[in-house]
Design a protein around this ligand. Structure first.
Ligand code: PMP
Length: 305
C-alpha cells in the first residue's frame, strides 16, 4: 500500500520530502514535542472521528510551554491541518497520527524557528492475546530530571532502553518503576491492574504522562461499567498477585497484560474486566456508543472548535 502523505508546514508532501536539517536542534537533541493521535472510521456514519483532539492540543501546548517554544497555529489551525492530511490521503479507515512541533535552528538552547508536521500511519492493535511483561531494571526518569509529562522525543530514550532490555530478555514489554520503587507506567502507555474487583492505577505524581485514555477510562468508561477506580501508588509485588492488568493509551488503546516477570495474572489469559473495558472503550472512540459526541471530532463534516 502506498505511503500516506505527510502534512508539513502547510503542505502535503511525500514521506521522502519531509526532511529536517541534520544540524537542527530537532535532529541533534531531539528538540521536539509531539502527540500520538488516533482517528476511527465509523462505517454507519460515513465519518472519520479524531478522538479527543482538543485534549491532545492542550497537552501539546503544555509540552511546548515546558520546552520554551511556541508554534504560530491556533487550535482551529491544528484541527484544519489534521483534517487536511486525512482528507488529502482520502483516509477511510482507522489511522494513527503523530503531530510533531520541532525547532529547526541548531544549538541546545534554540527555541525558534519552529516547524510542524502531521504524519499519518496505519497501525493495528498491539496485542489481542496479551503482553508478557517484565519489571524493568531501568528506572523511570524522575520529574526533576527528564520529565515524562513533557512529551518530547528526547524524553523517550528512557523507555527505549527499557524496551530493548525487555526484548533482549525475551519479554514483550517493560513496566517501569519510579526511583522510589513504585509502579510508573509502560514505555508509551499507562498501567492499570485489577485487584479484588477494583481498578488500580498510579497517581499522576508517579512520573507518568497525564494520559488522555486514562482520563477517558476514569471519567467515563469505568463509571459506565460500574467499575471503581483507585488512583494510588502500586508496589512491585502487587503486580505479581494482580488478577488482571493492561496498558492503555491513544496508540495502545487497551492492551492486555497476561504475565509479569513470568507470574501469570489470573489464569494467564486476557481477563474479563479487561475485555469489557476494551469493548466499551472501542465503542466510545468509534461512536458506536453515541454518548460523548464532543470527544469525536469529525474529519469530513467539520465542526467549529
Ligand atoms: N505514557 C506515555 C509515556 C506515553 O507516551 C503515552 C502515549 N501518549 C501514554 C502514557 C498514554 O497517553 P495517552 O492516553 O494520552 O495517549
Amino acid at each position: 500500500m502506498a505511503d500516506l502523505k505527510i502534512w508539513m508546514n502547510g503542505k502535503l508532501v511525500e514521506q521522502a520530502q519531509a526532511t529536517l536539517p541534520v544540524n537542527s536542534a530537532a535532529v541533534f537533541y531531539g528538540t521536539n514535542v509531539f502527540e500520538g493521535l488516533r482517528a476511527y472510521w465509523n462505517e454507519q456514519a460515513g465519518e472519520l472521528y479524531c478522538f479527543r483532539l482538543q485534549e491532545h492540543f492542550v497537552r501539546f501546548r503544555e509540552s511546548m510551554k515546558m520546552n520554551r517554544f511556541t508554534i504560530a497555529y491556533s487550535d482551529m489551525d491544528l484541527y484544519d491541518a489534521v483534517r487536511e492530511v486525512l482528507k488529502g490521503n482520502a483516509v477511510r479507515e482507522d489511522i494513527h497520527m503523530h503531530l510533531v512541533a520541532y525547532v529547526t535552528a541548531p544549538g541546545m538552547d534554540a527555541t525558534t524557528p519552529t516547524g510542524l508536521y502531521i504524519n499519518p500511519r496505519r497501525r493495528g492493535r498491539l496485542s489481542e492475546g496479551g503482553l508478557r511483561c517484565c519489571v524493568s531494571s531501568w528506572v523511570r526518569t524522575s520529574d526533576n530530571a527528564i520529565p515524562i509529562r513533557l512529551k518530547s522525543g528526547a524524553n523517550y530514550q528512557n523507555g527505549r532502553l527499557a524496551l530493548l532490555q525487555a526484548k533482549a530478555d525475551g519479554y514483550d514489554a517493560p513496566i517501569l518503576l519510579t526511583q522510589h520503587g513504585h509502579v510508573a507506567e509502560g514505555t508509551g502507555a499507562t498501567f492499570f491492574m485489577v485487584r479484588k474487583g477494583k481498578l488500580v492505577t498510579p497517581p499522576i505524581s508517579s512520573d507518568i504522562l497525564e494520559s488522555i485514555t486514562r482520563a477517558t477510562l476514569i471519567d467515563a468508561v469505568c463509571p459506565d461499567l460500574h467499575l471503581e477506580v483507585v488512583e494510588r501508588e502500586i508496589d512491585r509485588t502487587e503486580l505479581y498477585v494482580a488478577d488482571e492488568a493492561f496498558f492503555c493509551g491513544s496508540g495502545y488503546e487497551i492492551t492486555p497484560i497476561v504475565s509479569i516477570d513470568r507470574f501469570p495474572l489470573g489464569d494467564g489469559t486476557v481477563g474479563p474486566i479487561t475485555r469489557r473495558l476494551l469493548t466499551a472503550y472501542m465503542n466510545v472512540v468509534r461512536g458506536v456508543d453515541t454518548r460523548y459526541a464532543e470527544w469525536r471530532m469529525p474529519v469530513y463534516r467539520p465542526v467549529t472548535v
